[in-house]
Design a protein around this ligand. Sequence first.
Ligand SMILES: NC(=O)C1=CN([C@@H]2O[C@H](COP(=O)(O)OP(=O)(O)OC[C@H]3O[C@@H](n4cnc5c(N)ncnc54)[C@H](O)[C@@H]3O)[C@@H](O)[C@H]2O)[C@@H](O)CC1
Ligand SMILES: [K+]
Length: 467
Amino acid sequence: MQKVFDDCYAMDRRCYEEFGLTEDILMEHAADGMAQYIRALDGNKKEVLIVAGPGNNGADGITLARLLHSDFEVSLYMPYGAKSDMAKLQLQRLLKLGVKPVENTPLQTDIIVDALFGAGFSKPLNEKGVELIKTLNVMKAKKIACDIPTGIDPNGNPNPVAFKADITITMGSLKKALFADHSKPYIGEIEVVDLGVSRKIYEIDTSTYLLEADDFNPPLRDNPASHKGHYGHLAIICGEKSGAATLSGLAALRFGAGLVTLVGNSIQNIPYSLMQSKNLPTGTNAVAIGMGMGYDLNSDIADSIVKNDLAVLMDADICYIPSVKTLLDRCSKTVITPHPKEFAALLKTVGIADVSVEDIQRDRFGWAKRFCENFPKTVLLLKGANTIIAYNDKIYINPLGSQVLSQAGSGDVLSGLIASLMAQGYSPLDAAINGSLAHTMCARNYKGANFSAIAEDLIEELRWLIK
Ligand SMILES: NC(=O)C1=CN([C@@H]2O[C@H](COP(=O)(O)OP(=O)(O)OC[C@H]3O[C@@H](n4cnc5c(N)ncnc54)[C@H](O)[C@@H]3O)[C@@H](O)[C@H]2O)[C@@H](O)CC1
Ligand SMILES: [K+]
């Protein structure tokens, strides 16, 4: 797990005030991090275009030009001149080496470094900036963003366009804007550069974390004398479309739940390994509701869940049903897993806000936080290109998802995975984290073309998901 921050300003200040470092020292390390990356690239890439802005992001770029000069053919383009003190100082140093900024961007180059705007980006790019970014984006070159691609605002939205990087070399620590859904196509890989002290020292406390494959804690069984009763009994409420519940059930079973029962009146042709029942079976310790359910929840079942305070996973159609609020308020072990459209419906159903899907996508962290303030007992998993898992003031980001998962049925599998872990005794937060990691790791391990995975393929991949 890595720490993630809103921005680095407080940590930079601590470097100056507590560690006696200077802006100059931090900047030298920032530029050296980029220089090392460029030097390690394929040795034939010798032409480097650095586009440097007026502030300290630009100053990083000018410093990089100095570090690479004479080993590489460096073109430094500064469309807005140098305005910050550091940008002016770095430019003076460069001029003393005999390097002058170029008047126009060259038509072709091997490497482009975008150091136009970084953490200080605060208003939309003007027409000149938009045209420049569009020009850079269509050039064929290795594209490196300094700190964050130009045009990505602090909420992670392109405003109105953004540099499309192959790699973002970010300074000091990870920032939230790198993990918004809207920024994902622009960021590329991410590398963090230390700024004069190790990242362990540089970073302060945070409430936001980036999940990694190493965080995965699978439900491996270590008791050779076990029986199915040791691994929980999950009941999945079936409604209109029993296929969704069946996929969840198979995923849950494959992920280790001891027993999975589909609950409903007329469920046809279910696989032999799943049980079925008209009522909530005795012995149920976790319930999953919502997948393919339709907009009607049997009130006896809802009452029984509340009365017995069962662990409950809620998804899909439940977001539209008013009784969701009772479950969220009254049960102590709840996970809810909406995609953005369902989350918009959920916010409306529970009376928090009436907002569009686009409103949510533009500020996923903000809306997730607001939901958790209203429902402190619930773990929210907001699906997306970078899935957010939020609980109280903590946020965990799973960036490992990919387009492999953009398929009907993949959400049903995720519900089954999380509910399976809840039945096996994981806390709701651990179940959401590990279910989400398993889901994305199955997609990563899938060997077929990235358009071809169906829910059953993801379930198959669970067999080999051994840490
Ligand atoms: N201690 C530090 O301050 C460090 C800063 N570093 C670099 O400094 C960057 C931040 O520098 P700055 O705070 O100077 O900010 P930027 O260089 O990102 O932006 C400079 C200024 O441009 C203006 N601006 C914002 N959006 C604009 C737009 N769309 N069109 C025109 N002008 C716009 C703002 O007035 C802003 O302050 C980081 O991203 C990082 O690259 C690194 O060198 C590491 C240390
Ligand atoms: K940049």
